[in-house]
Write a protein that binds this ligand. Sequence first.
Ligand code: FE2
Ligand code: FE2
Length: 285
Amino acid sequence: MAVELYRDPQHVCLMFTDLVEEDGQAVQSNQFLVIDHGVGALIDPGGNLAFHGLFASMAPHFPPPRLSYLLASHADPDIIASLDQWLTSTRAMLVISRIWERFAPHFTKVGQTQDRIIAVPDEGARLPLGRSTLWLVPAHFLHAEGNFHFYDPVSRVLFTGDLGASMVSGTQASQPVRELAPHLPHMEAFHRRYMVSNKILRLWTAMARQLDVDMLVPQHGAPIQGAQAIADFYAWLDGLACGIDLMDACAYQLPRDRIDLTTRRTMPPTPAPAPSLARSDQTTP
Ligand SMILES: [Fe+2]
Ligand SMILES: [Fe+2]
């Protein structure tokens, strides 16, 4: 079911939260449709798990074959692994960081991406959408090396990819969070491991504070809405140690544990057998 983030007569933002559910195998993920004056863009359309559900779910709102853009915040499988199916069923252009331009074709059949990619330079740009624009905002290393967020100045929604992600169900993801503190336990472990460094977080918050944002919408979990919750989110990021901040020599030791093929989990190494008495007897004169 589509969640309406914004609607006026000429501009619509929809979110789909329940097409890929948190089930222990695949992480819950959101997909987004932005329409302005009859021109449509999909944001982070997802992997093969999402394709058929998204195609069917968006159809009542916008005819999928008429899509103009597929916007990918980065090149992870949960972002764009369905690329081949979307390029086959639409005439849309893929909009992605220039550093992924020559990697994205690995998701598709030979030649499928020919003249179908808009490669975005590191400094970002403003992409025409109907009579509006979508801002392709730099978010490099949050978490991918070439990473963009998408700001819609009409709805004042900032689509933040993996930044702001929370590990919740699709139903919970459909409800915007207006108070950050109770939400932090759903976010903290993910951000500590997936975001690259506090330096990058602070560079990003300094830029993001210049935008007029009503709702910050991640690709996993619930949107964060309202001036106070968004200000609290920026402040939380400013103080968060993550990624390489937390890595030291302990994280770079040669492995000793073995993978048990029954449980598919790591186990401590098997202790070396103790020297046998018989053997030591043989060495006695
Ligand atoms: Fe990602
Ligand atoms: Fe993701």
